[in-house]
Design a protein around this ligand. Structure first.
Ligand code: GA4
Length: 316
């Protein structure tokens, strides 16, 4: 529990909402967490620990290669290795990363020339991991749909399960930055919301992740390598007509330990129309103009990380 003094007020932060996935009664808490913070932590998930550690050690192996080798797997546009530069519009951070699509083998052509057979092993582990976290994300989305009394409980999850789902997988490595003093908040990954529906994050035991509360205060999230952190994305905010909030978050660099995170961003097919679900509007006005995921993505990739991307799609 934390008491924070913001610019104009003092906020009470009761701690990161904790959702026990083995408890069917957690649906109410799940909806509340999406409304209050757009962020929560799940425990008692069924993702095998060995799968997580295997992927973690593959990622560590990759990031410990000489930079000249890693660059052969770049640039990250649209998929591949990237360092310091994020997106196309001048954002930078103390981070290196691998961006991968989840529905195409084309990712691995860059790696095949670099690692030969090892690329095949890496591909299998990533595929297994992604399909396990996707299943968990779908389960969470179905629990949410139930609690929101939406007739079609797969209204969100079907978008991630679709063969054409435009989902992304990201490995982020934040090297330690010895010269920096904690007070200066050196940015690893600048503040932003995720454009997709839902994001599933797992990190090693190094701190750095922070979320922003509605009043603008930043909260440091203690790492927990056994659990997963879930973010509501912009598209889920729209589909729930603003009832769920996409959480603004960032990562600050650490002076002594390296941080490794793996994130699955569950997105819809490119042609999918994103709009508030009729049963969630209930006499109120729809807050957003309808758009396709392709249109939103195109506009997101023209933006800077910290921009309010949904602003362009709000009804006045
Ligand atoms: C944030 C969520 C995902 O990491 C990501 C990011 C993407 C990128 O790194 O290329 C973006 C960012 C993310 C939102 C706005 C645009 C696009 C960088 C950026 C400045 C892969 C995604 O889908 O959107």
């Amino acid at each position: 529990m934390v008491l924070l003094s913001g610019k104009n007020c003092t906020t009470f932060f009761p701690g990161v909402p904790l959702i026990d996935l083995s408890n069917p009664d957690s649906k109410t808490q799940l909806v509340k967490a999406c409304e209050d913070f757009g962020f929560f932590k799940v425990i008692n998930h069924v993702i095998p620990t060995e799968l997580i550690s295997e992927l973690e050690s593959e990622a560590e192996k990759f990031f410990s290669l000489p930079i000249s080798d890693k660059e052969k797997a770049g640039p990250p546009d649209p998929f591949g290795y990237g360092s310091k530069n994020i997106g196309r519009n001048g954002d930078v951070g103390w981070v290196e990363y691998l961006l991968l699509t989840t529905n195409s083998e084309s990712n691995y052509q860059k790696f095949a020339s670099l690692f030969g057979e090892a690329a095949e092993n890496f591909r299998c582990i990533v595929n297994d991991y992604v399909s396990a976290v996707r299943t968990m994300a779908c389960e969470i989305l179905e629990m949410l749909a139930d609690e929101l009394k939406i007739q079609q409980r797969n209204c969100f999850s079907k978008l991630l399960k679709d063969e054409q789902s435009d989902s992304v997988f990201r490995l982020n490595h934040y090297p330690p930055c010895p010269e920096f003093q904690e007070s200066k908040n050196l940015i690893g990954f600048g503040e932003h919301t995720d454009p997709q529906i839902i994001s599933v994050l797992r990190s090693n035991n190094t701190s750095g992740l922070q979320i922003s509360l509605k009043d603008g205060n930043w909260i440091s999230i203690p790492p927990d390598q056994k659990s997963f952190f879930i973010n509501v994305g912009d598209s889920l905010q729209v589909m729930t007509n603003g009832r769920f909030k996409s959480v603004k978050h960032r990562v600050v660099a650490n002076s002594s330990k390296s941080r490794l995170s793996m994130i699955y961003f569950g997105g819809p097919p490119l042609s999918e129309k994103i709009a508030p679900l009729p049963s969630l509007i209930k006499g109120e006005d729809s807050l957003y103009k309808e758009f396709t995921w392709f249109e939103y993505k195109k506009s997101a990739f023209k933006s800077r990380l910290a921009d309010n991307r949904l602003g362009l799609f709000e009804k006045i």
